[in-house]
Design a protein around this ligand. Structure first.
Ligand SMILES: Cc1ncc(COP(=O)(O)O)c(C=O)c1O
Length: 404
């Protein structure tokens, strides 16, 4: 955390808490370093679902080639926030209205997830003579690595609603490319450019490279079998973020070097990646204050303003959100100041559910007192936007964008 962020949070009045504070200067620097680690033939898209706040999208604009959106809502929002940016449109279950809106918005790439979706897209295009769209088939590949077994958010390599099984992908290629010389029945308006596969979130650079290599090898064989030129492969997002050890970061340098080797083996191919969490997690802070400290059956609990209705990430992933304490020395009340006395405390929110826990039995809470501030780190991705804001009708947090 920079001194600017710390000072900003220290200066907020208690009623201005909780607050999400984003360090956009740090975000820009991080995204530029990620971009610099990647070879030129890798396009970097940002998965907007990780954090679609407009200032966050805008701060990324110089470093990314485009944005991945997964609904009509995201499409309209991202288009308004960064009007000139190329968009890739993915997601299972696209409605006919979303498909029509995305065609009219001129999305750059379609990640088609089923055979029916190809037909739906083609049907929308028949009403728009002359419009041709670029398609990647999203494939659910069985990858031969233990990597996907260990991660919590595997979306491929097992039965899921995402993408096409490899045999269905073969059929889609036939619909798009016919026999290789003649376009297939859907090949006049839909141009097949390659393959998309987002198989899991939470992979290290070594695991990501193993997965990417298998996706590219499979895609090249598919193109060879059907005689179409493989122009692009999108190997997805899912670069690991370690909430237990915020200092340990995804190794973008090793990843970039590995992708260079992969590209050397496939001249003419463009690779694309679409990380979300690993780009924005580190730039966001959820700042709050301790309302009360109490002992319950021998354990300390610090109850903070706000909770998992603002920052659901620790509840959904089952981790303790990392945090820093900002001590506040003033205690203007005549009664004793409650404080943690057992050396550790569970940081709970204001909700009436035992699941409202931001950090469990944390030693970093030793000595924590009522009115001290707690700054939860790594709150820049899948944080506010995945939380259940309306539960119990507490006020919304403030939003602060520093370094814009
Ligand atoms: C298709 C797709 N691409 C990219 C991402 C981004 O993943 P992450 O935020 O783990 O990088 C997701 C996340 O669910 C996704 O579903």
């Amino acid at each position: 955390m920079t001194e600017t962020v710390r000072r900003h949070i220290a200066a907020l009045a208690p009623d201005a808490l909780p607050a999400y504070v984003y360090d956009l200067a740090a975000l820009r620097a991080h995204a530029a370093a990620v971009r610099a680690a990647l070879p030129e033939r890798v396009e970097l898209y940002y998965a907007a679902k990780a954090n679609p706040e407009a200032p966050v999208l805008a701060a990324l604009r110089d470093a990314v080639d485009g944005y991945e959106v997964s609904s009509g809502g995201e499409l309209a929002h991202v288009r308004a926030a960064v009007p000139d940016a190329p968009l890739a449109f993915g997601g299972p279950g696209k409605t006919p209205a979303e498909i029509a809106a995305a065609v009219d918005a001129g999305v750059h790439r379609w990640h088609v997830e089923s055979e029916q979706e190809l037909h739906r897209l083609d049907a929308v295009l028949t009403d728009r003579p002359g419009t041709v769209v670029d398609v990647l088939l999203r494939v659910n590949l069985p990858v031969a690595t233990g990597a996907l077994d260990a991660v919590a958010l595997a979306m491929g390599g097992r039965p899921t609603p995402f993408g096409l099984d490899p045999d269905r992908a073969e059929e889609c290629v036939r619909l798009l490319t016919g026999d290789g010389s003649d376009p297939g029945p859907l090949g006049r308006r839909l141009r097949l450019r390659g393959v998309h596969a987002h198989l899991a979130s939470g992979l290290t650079a070594v695991e990501q490279l193993a997965v990417a290599e298998q996706i590219v090898t499979w895609s090249a064989a598919l193109a060879e079998r059907h005689g179409f030129p493989l122009a692009e492969v999108n190997v997805g997002g899912g670069m690991a973020v370690d909430y237990d050890d915020p200092a340990s970061r995804f190794d973008w340098t090793a990843f970039g070097e590995g992708l260079t080797k992969l590209l050397d083996a496939h001249p003419g191919l463009t690779l694309r990646i679409e990380p979300g969490r690993a780009l924005t997690a580190y730039c966001g802070w959820y700042a709050t204050e301790v309302l009360d400290v109490k002992q319950s059956h021998g354990e300390d609990f610090a109850v903070v303003r706000g909770g998992t209705h603002h920052l659901r990430t620790p509840a959904t992933r089952g981790h303790s959100q990392p945090f820093e304490v900002l001590p506040v020395d003033a205690w203007p009340h005549p009664w004793p100041r409650p404080a943690v006395g057992t050396g550790r405390a569970t940081l709970a929110g204001q909700l009436c559910t035992p699941k409202d826990v931001l950090a469990r039995a944390a030693s970093g809470a030793d000595g924590l007192r009522a009115a001290d501030r707690v700054l939860f780190a790594m709150a820049g991705a899948y944080a506010w936007n995945i939380s259940h804001h309306e539960f119990l009708m507490h006020p919304r947090p403030g939003f602060h964008y520093l370094g814009s």
